[in-house]
Design a protein around this ligand. Sequence first.
Ligand code: COA
Ligand code: MG
Length: 226
Amino acid sequence: MLKIYIHDTRNDRKVGLRELPRFLSAEEIERAGRFKFEKDFKLYTAGKIIARKMIADYIGIAPNDIKFFIDNYGRPFLENHKIKNFDFNISHSGDYVVLALSDRRVGIDVEKIRLVDFKVAETCFHDNELEVLNRDPAKLPENFYGLWTLKESFIKAVGQGLSYPLKDFYFSFSAAGIKINILKPVADDQTWNFKLYDFDPEYKLAVCAKDRKAPPIVKINNLAEL
Ligand code: COA
Ligand code: MG
């Protein structure tokens, strides 16, 4: 079952380094300590606190029994023989952290909408997607980030990061929903479902999952309540 969580880090006071061992592993604290900007520190630590707690609830184990590992592509995963059929993915941008949990493979991406140059779109979008962007230049930033988050949610679900060529697939839109068109399919690649969520007009949020049903987003207001 798919679950989506969102948290606005503007609600958080800075979690002091001395408090972190309650929530983060030694490696995570070391990484957190390397962030130059408080904003990035907050996004990273909030992501880890939320992921550990919500994953513990989802699979029914204690938060401290959760240890995150990172694969060769940088994708975090859990290794625990008690845990079968489980996947999660985190994303952060601007002020928000988002988390997706599922019993099957899942990818999530949130991005703050910024001004964009069409030249950047040409480097990462398929010609059919560029044509969609060209139709409404006034909406370029909004449409660019809609497509961008969809693309990134897919490569994050697959797990290969940017080694998956971004022009080897494209999205098309119809009354039936969002469809991915994969030009070089492997295995069961085509069975993904996508959803774009509206939660703040300054952001785009996309989820890529095997689940057909996309649930409403659950807001986490206060980290202290977790
Ligand atoms: N697959 C899936 N998830 C991954 C991942 C991978 N290969 N590598 C890292 N992640 C997870 C991690 O949990 C990470 O957060 P953490 O370090 O706090 O644990 C989180 O994804 C980062 O996602 P997000 O906040 O959306 O960051 P990003 O947009 O900067 O980076 C990646 C996303 C993973 C795709 C990264 O490889 C990257 O470099 N992206 C550049 C952006 C880009 O060009 N996107 C193309 C879209 S058109
Ligand atoms: Mg991203």
